[in-house]
Design a protein around this ligand. Structure first.
Ligand code: KG4
Ligand code: ZN
Length: 323
């Protein structure tokens, strides 16, 4: 079955066509990111207006690229939340209209869960449950025990900033651009991660995170100091190391707590090469099989919604009748 995915939870307008929940035939993404850069963060009203303009051409491009027409689509799978209300409204209304006029199921997809599913895209191996799912994005830092795609139990989460948000805030402190993650990663690759000892709150005995403290530590460190370019690279490298350390520590603890030998990760922060490398190494040493998405599937995209929607439809008839 071909499923059509629609993702408009934040600043990316994305439509995808996926076969059998796995094979990505098209995954078109139009981002309004350049329009937000000057404000240092996503402006909801600008994002919504961009979705309104982009959704129809992105939809057409997704069908054209996949080489199919709407008549071949078996279900429409749209992100219904969490996300920006005005942005979600555009995608979900478009999805409802398509499902209604084609008389196919409309599947409501959770955006955070779909980030975990991204690691399944393009995989030939059959799914084996349960496993630990971990999402590191701009809005979420969540660890789940995944019994199946319909039963994801939250084991730990951030108590304040999301991890991507902490990259964005630290980048802002250092006068770098938005989004902060890629900027910090770039500078960190030239810096010394052992130069400054930043540490992340450990939230001992829990699988929760807190990133507001390390952000404040970076702020205090920069106060009254002359920040040369070289020092900036060291700050970025030291910050990135501390954050990666706590993320890896907690996901491994979650695996141990559940005796889980498999880990699926996703979200924008998982496109960070340093984190990918360190987490792969840690999983390897601990005998944990790790699955992570291709970098382009870490960031917001509709293929993950189309794929997860297909699985939900199979599992529970997780759809509402059109109309
Ligand atoms: O998953 P995503 O595209 O959107 C949300 O659902 O939030 O994640 C966006 C977040 C931003 O905070 C961005 O700074 C962060 O992911 N990010 C990164 C990198 N690329 C994007 N963080 C660290 N390193 C990166 N290379
Ligand atoms: Zn996301």
């Amino acid at each position: 079955m071909l499923t059509l995915g629609i993702e408009t939870s934040c600043d990316e307008t994305s439509v995808a066509v996926v076969r059998s929940g796995k094979d990505v035939l098209s995954n078109i993404v139009s981002s309004s990111l350049p329009l937000h850069k000057r404000y240092g963060g996503v402006v909801p009203e600008i994002a919504s207006r961009h979705h309104l303009e982009a959704i129809a051409p992105v939809f057409k491009a997704a069908l054209d690229t996949a080489g199919c027409d709407l008549g071949q689509i078996g279900a429409v799978c749209a992100t219904f939340g969490p996300g920006l209300a005005g942005s979600l409204l555009v995608g979900t209304s478009f999805a409802r209209a398509l499902a209604f006029c084609r008389e196919v199921p409309l599947v409501k997809v959770d955006h955070v869960h779909s980030h975990i599913y991204a690691a399944c895209l393009g995989r030939k191996v059959p799914m084996a449950f349960p496993f630990i799912g971990f999402v590191a994005s701009g809005g979420h830092t969540d660890i789940f025990f995944v019994r199946d795609f319909n039963r994801m139990e939250l084991m730990g989460s951030t108590l304040d900033d999301a991890v991507g948000e902490s990259f964005d805030k630290v980048a802002r402190i250092l006068g770098l651009g938005y989004p902060g993650g890629p900027e910090i990663e770039k500078l960190a690759s030239q810096g010394d991660p052992g130069k400054i000892r930043f540490s992340c709150a450990n939230m001992k005995g829990t699988l929760n995170f807190s990133f507001s403290g390390i952000k404040t530590a970076v702020l205090y460190y920069t106060k009254g100091r002359k920040i040369s370019r070289a020092l900036k690279t060291d700050i970025c490298a030291s910050f990135q190391k501390a954050v990666a350390g706590v993320l890896i520590d907690k996901v491994l603890s979650a695996c141990r707590a559940k005796g889980a030998g498999r880990l699926f990760v996703g979200g924008g922060v998982m496109s960070n090469s340093y984190l990918r490398h360190k987490l792969s190494g840690a999983c390897h040493s601990n005998g944990i099989e790790m699955f992570m998405p291709a970098k382009e599937h870490c960031l917001d995209n509709a293929a993950m919604a189309a794929g997860l929607g297909f699985q939900l439809l199979k599992l529970r008839g997780g759809h509402v009748k059109p109309g």
